[in-house]
Write a protein that binds this ligand. Structure first.
Ligand code: ADP
Ligand code: MG
Length: 701
């Protein structure tokens, strides 16, 4: 094999002309022989089994049927026409259907000759039909290599239209194996191969494309999945190491007066074990020479704010400034008030900067920031504006990170000559496994313990028709002096209807809970910030008993006296949103409740979401279910991380392999940071070529 054989453009492969090569490039990103070699089958089908037409069943599987075409007809439809062939065997008849390429089909398929039709069979009006079947003469079919595990490759409609069928891919794949004798460069070290009992690269590639047995197929899959995850982890860990070496932070080496005074004299409660542990982790980062880049995960109500505050005190003790950025105005105001309260005995200068800060005030803040007189700045995106310049920003904390993009995060960095330490806090737990792959280059701290004395929130599901009972319950709670949230969904595409629902809901509540006995606040996105703030404050001060709102209150609002969260049309909310909303109650000593209202008809998916909420209060458990329901696509950060471009591993199902991969990547780097030991040469070579490509499979072999 010539050393650069696999880098040959796909155009030069037998059976692939420029036309098909173009389609392969555009549709599947396949440019070279190597890319094709790394096109792994989605699944395997048994091509030694044939179905009788009378035994067909509705299923999603590809099947093959032996029969003869007895005639064609054209059927007019909305746009154009479809070509239908009558296909019979000795047990019955079915239809083969083409919506495109009809002339070619009619000219090339023979009547009354045995064919194998391969595809998905659907039942339509009592008869089975197979759209765009792959057709092969039985005589040719029998002379071909067939197996009980024939690979099915990813495809697209465009590829099918250009005649790049599964069979074509299969044949060209065979060509590559013939040309190379099936010998490919090993990409893992001998140590790994023997320790994990992995098969060689060449064996794995052969068996993924032409499985010799079920056992070898699963060994091939395991090896390739491991390899894929191993190199992703290796890259992430190296990135993190390089980051620590290269990017010098400001070492906060003093344990100073602010922190100690606060800890000794002003701590409003005993910290939980988890809070203490996380503070130690942060302190050790801040004291080292490297810039901190840490993700702090903690369920709603786990007490992240005080951790943030005490971390900022460490910055102040070392004569640096600190800032805290939150995604909404309401939340920043709340943080500001909370931090004012915490710091009131400490004589710290602290300001709030948001979109609605007056120009004159703004100017003062800008000046005090640049002179260094201002120590703590709290705010929204407004902090990112170019005019906002710090004298010496030492620590930037970002709350509820999922609302901010990565680009915004890096903007904060550039507010200094040297980047500040960064702490990102999130209350939407990311399953640990996913966090590992998405944020493998961040350090992660977890607060996995709630403050003591919290009663678990009771969650129930109620149908809309039981609303009267729910209202009765609200009345009882209000009588006990508690407050109630009623939240409505708000989805962009449906905004008008949603506002109508919100207003209708507000009207109906106002009738059932009339003034002056009851006072109701309302807050939604169309209100001016000042009005929102006014209504929020009324609720916070206890002047109103009910808060009707859209999801603007989802994040961070803290009113310990509120004990009931009612979510209207709960079936329309995602799991993490529901969990966030529920987290608004259960913040005081009283028993709290979350009532999920829905209509009668629920999709399977909504049902699972509601049942999950009723069953558990554990944010991490909820995140796992969420990941299973939605896939990793919607979870923050996944787009950048490449976990969605996995070719063979599945971030959810192959969780255990991922952990192994991470463990071994770490162990190897611990032992041989520069990968310079001879036994790690295959890994070094692979890693080096990897950095040239986006997708890790573009380099391998
Ligand atoms: P989150 O992690 O959701 O941001 P907060 O920081 O807002 O949570 O804390 C939730 C509530 O718990 C606040 O009222 C806070 O004062 C309180 N709290 C935090 N830590 C403790 C603790 N160790 N003991 C008692 N209460 C605590
Ligand atoms: Mg919070």
């Amino acid at each position: 094999m010539k050393s650069n054989y696999l880098q040959t453009p796909i155009d030069y492969l037998k059976g692939i002309g420029p036309n098909r090569a173009d389609a392969l490039r555009k549709e599947l990103g396949i440019h070279t022989f190597q890319d094709l070699l790394n096109l792994f089958p989605n699944r395997y089908i048994d091509r030694t089994q044939y179905y009788k037409i009378s035994r067909l069943q509705q299923s999603n599987a590809d099947i093959q049927v032996i029969g003869k075409i007895t005639g064609f007809k054209e059927v007019a439809q909305k746009r154009g026409k479809r070509l239908v062939a009558n296909f019979v065997d000795d047990t019955g008849s079915m239809e083969l259907v083409w919506f495109r390429g009809q002339k070619w089909i009619k000219d090339n398929l023979k009547m009354h000759v045995d064919y194998v039709a391969f595809g998905k069979a659907n039942a339509f009006g009592g008869k089975f039909s197979m759209p765009h079947p792959e057709m092969e003469l039985l005589s040719e079919h029998e002379s071909n290599m067939r197996s009980a595990m024939q690979p099915v490759y990813p495809s697209t409609e465009k590829l099918a239209n250009k005649g790049i069928t599964n069979r074509v891919i299969n044949k060209t794949m065979q060509q590559i194996f013939l040309d190379t004798n099936g010998k490919f460069v090993e990409t893992l070290s001998d140590n790994l191969l023997s320790e994990l009992n992995l098969i060689s690269k060449s064996e794995a590639l052969f068996n993924i494309h032409f499985p010799k047995s079920q056992e070898l197929l699963s060994k091939a899959q395991f090896r390739l999945k491991f390899e894929e995850l191993f190199y992703i982890q290796l890259q992430l860990i190296i990135k993190n190491l390089i980051h620590k070496l290269k990017i010098k932070g400001f070492p906060f080496d003093k344990v100073g007066t602010y922190f100690n005074t606060f800890y000794k004299d002003h701590l409003p409660f005993e910290l939980t074990g988890a809070q203490k542990r996380v503070l130690r982790e942060i302190r050790s980062d801040l004291g080292s020479n490297a810039q901190m880049n840490r993700l702090l995960q903690g369920d709603v109500g786990s007490g992240k704010t005080i951790v943030a505050f005490m971390s900022m005190l460490m910055a102040l003790d070392n004569d640096f400034q600190a800032c805290l950025m939150a995604p909404t105005e309401i939340l920043s105001v709340q943080h500001y008030n909370g931090l004012l309260e915490l710091s009131k005995e400490l004589k710290i200068s602290i300001e709030l900067l948001t979109g609605s800060t007056k120009t004159s005030k703004r100017r003062v803040i800008h000046e005090k920031l640049e002179s260094g007189e201002l120590q703590l700045l709290i705010g929204t995106h407004a902090l990112l504006e170019d005019k906002v310049k710090f004298k010496n920003l030492g620590l930037a904390i970002i709350d509820e990170q999922h609302r901010f993009g990565v680009a915004q995060r890096s903007k904060l960095w550039h507010k200094n000559t040297s980047p500040p330490h960064v702490l990102v806090m999130t209350a939407t737990p990311i399953p640990r496994t996913l966090a590992m792959s998405v944020y493998g280059d961040l350090d992660i701290s977890v607060i996995d313990e709630l403050p003591p004395g919290r009663k678990a929130i009771k969650t129930v599901h109620r149908y809309d028709k039981n609303r009267l009972n729910v209202f009765r319950f609200i009345r009882d709670e209000i009588k006990l002096g508690r407050q109630v949230y009623v939240v409505y969904p708000l989805i962009k595409e449906n905004e008008k209807m949603d506002y109508k629902d919100l207003m209708d809901g507000y009207d109906s509540l106002s009738r059932d809970f009339p003034m002056p006995e009851y006072q109701i606040s309302i807050v939604h996105g169309k209100m001016k910030p000042a009005d929102k703030e006014f209504e929020m404050q009324r609720f916070i001060k206890g002047e109103t008993q009910i808060m009707v709102a859209t999801t603007v209150i989802e994040v961070g609002v803290n009113v310990p006296n509120a004990s009931v969260m009612i979510v209207e049309s709960a079936e329309r909310f995602g799991l993490s949103q529901l969990h966030q909303l529920r987290g608004r109650v259960g913040r005081g000593a009283e028993q709290s409740y979350c009532i999920l209202m829905t209509g009668h008809k629920l999709s399977a998916n909504s049902k699972t979401r509601i049942e999950t909420m009723v069953k558990t209060n554990d944010g991490f458990e909820i995140a796992e279910v969420d990941l299973r329901l939605r896939g990793p696509g919607d979870i923050m950060g996944t787009q950048q991380s490449g976990v969605l471009n996995l070719k063979i591993a599945d971030i959810i199902k192959d969780n255990t392999i991922l952990q192994h991969a991470r463990y071994h990547a770490k162990a190897i780097l611990n032992d041989d940071r520069s990968l310079s030991k001879p036994e790690n040469l295959p890994i070094l070579n692979t890693y080096k070529s990897l950095s040239k490509y986006k997708n890790i499979w573009n380099y391998i072999s």
